[in-house]
Write a new protein. Structure first.
Length: 201
């Protein structure tokens, strides 16, 4: 009995130490036409042995002669035992404020995305185990799709030789480029000019 209590105590200490593990953070610059217009930060925080939170924040300000854009958005995705439990997105722009939410209710997800010129509402029964926020920390080797918290829907992934991955959702296309397993660049396709997101650290 004494040995069992010691084992339980050690397991508790181990989980506590893991919860205290410092967050892993990556910083990115956002460029358009060679000019820096913003920053992006991605963070992974291990809360316990089976729970992790991914946070992504982006702050963009574009002020060209015929093109003005201000966007601040924050994505928070919480996974437990490898499954997405809750994802929230808050976006503040010069066009208004928007939000998205994906929540596991016990046997399905309630999904609602209300973004600029985009609305999506659905129910998803399949467990979600890989999201856009996770791309900043894990290369999607062998995966054919990734869940986009912002849109509340899946991007289809197509790999290439770089290695890079083209992510496509109707009307939207991004390219994620990796070097030795690290996400070093994202090319976000835009009708006017592509956005280039590049790793700083």
């Amino acid at each position: 009995m004494y040995n069992v209590l010691i084992l339980i105590g050690l397991l508790g200490v181990s989980e506590h130490l893991m919860a205290q593990k410092p967050a892993e953070t990556h910083h990115y610059a956002i460029d358009i036409a060679g000019a820096r217009i913003g920053t992006m930060t991605a963070t992974r925080q291990q809360l316990s042995a089976n729970e992790v939170v991914y946070t992504q924040t982006s702050d963009v300000q574009v002020n060209f002669l015929v093109y003005k854009l201000t966007i601040y958005y924050k994505v928070i995705s919480r996974l437990k035992s490898g499954q997405l439990m809750l994802a929230t997105v808050e976006a503040h722009t010069n066009k208004g404020n928007y939000s998205s939410r994906t929540e596991w209710t016990g046997n399905h997800y309630e999904i609602k995305a209300s973004q600029y010129k985009y609305d999506h509402k659905s129910i998803e029964a399949r467990p979600i185990d890989f999201t856009i926020a996770m791309l900043y920390f894990s290369e999607p080797t062998g995966r054919q799709q990734v869940y986009a918290e912002y849109f509340g829907d899946y991007f289809i992934l197509t790999p290439s030789r770089r290695p890079s991955y083209r992510a496509e959702l109707v009307g939207h296309e991004d390219e994620y480029i990796y070097e030795k397993g690290r996400l070093v660049q994202i090319i976000k396709k835009n009708a006017l000019k592509n956005f280039n997101v590049r790793l700083l650290d």
